[in-house]
Write a protein that binds this ligand. Structure first.
Ligand SMILES: [Zn+2]
Ligand SMILES: [Zn+2]
Ligand SMILES: [Zn+2]
Length: 290
């Protein structure tokens, strides 16, 4: 298997060697889990194309939001949650040089369209990557990226991802490098999607309803990450008021809001938020007990 990855693909002679000299993030302390926001923006990103509003033209870097994705890290392990169209730029900006697995919340375009770029992680790793998702998400991934789930041909050195389908069945927990990942059922409008709990941290994006049976997975959290799109009510996302209400009910030590649209300026919104609740921003890292 390894031999497939030993030399740079012939079709891409400019592919650089593995990034051994690059600045890297410090490993999370033993017993802790860290979440790095690669992107905290909604599906259109902020600034939005063709918008001259105060937030889209803001000079505060925290008002520049790429599409929603995080890396969850513990020990030597780094797991990518969702693959946005900005994956390559997000990985470079956040010194994410290696990924050990990919986990998906759901298959909307802003969460999956960067999947082809994980081929660099295949190369750096020298092997395939596990992709954890429910059956509905896998079906869309299969339609969009069918080539990525096939075993590479040893002679054809095509530079493409090499993925292994891992199905999350009935939201049963699974483990990545010995750590338990608990899927949490969320409703995104009518669409069931997955949040995830790892240790005392939970990532719940793209949600407009938390089903009653899911709250038990949100007890005793150090860190909750929750969808908060805008002030106006929306059919498939919590607005800010609903997100605050949910955060008060869940009572995590810290709540960070994500999937943020251009209606919410970083500074101005944070001034209005209750204690222990803040807007996330691209590049922010938060920690919890594992
Ligand atoms: Zn989304
Ligand atoms: Zn705008
Ligand atoms: Zn979505």
């Amino acid at each position: 298997m390894r031999s497939l990855y030993n030399s740079p693909p012939m079709s891409n002679p400019s592919s650089p060697p593995p990034p051994r000299q690059l600045p890297s993030r410090r490993r999370p302390r033993a017993g802790t889990v860290e979440l790095v926001f690669l992107g905290s923006g909604t599906s259109a990103g902020v600034p939005m194309i063709g918008c001259a509003c105060d937030v889209c033209t803001s000079t505060d870097p925290r008002d520049q939001r790429t599409r929603p994705s995080v890396v969850i890290r513990y020990g030597e392990t780094q797991v990518l949650v969702d693959t946005t169209p900005e994956l390559r730029l997000q990985a470079i900006a956040n010194h994410i040089h290696r990924i050990d697995a990919v986990v998906f919340t759901h298959a909307h375009a802003d969460h999956i369209m960067g999947l082809d770029d994980v081929r660099r992680f295949n190369y750096v790793r020298g092997g395939p990557l596990d992709v954890w998702a429910d059956a509905a998400t896998h079906q869309t991934l299969q339609t969009c990226f069918h080539y990525a789930f096939r075993e590479p041909h040893p002679e054809q050195k095509v530079f493409r991802p090499h993925l292994v389908r891992r199905e999350i069945r009935n939201r049963r927990h699974f483990t990545i490098d010995g750590v338990r990942w608990q899927p949490i059922k969320l409703l995104h409008g009518e669409l069931p999607v997955l949040g995830f709990r790892v240790g005392r941290l939970a990532y719940c994006t793209d949600v407009s309803t938390i089903p009653a049976e899911s709250y038990r997975f949100l007890e005793g959290l150090d860190v909750l990450v929750l969808d908060a799109l805008q002030k106006k009510k929306h059919t498939t996302h919590f607005n800010l008021e609903e997100a605050i209400e949910q955060a008060k009910r869940i009572k995590a030590k810290q709540t960070w809001f994500t999937h943020i649209a251009h209606g919410l300026g970083h500074e101005a919104t944070n001034r209005e938020l209750p204690k222990g609740m803040r807007l996330a921003y691209d590049g922010l890292a938060v920690r919890a007990e594992l």
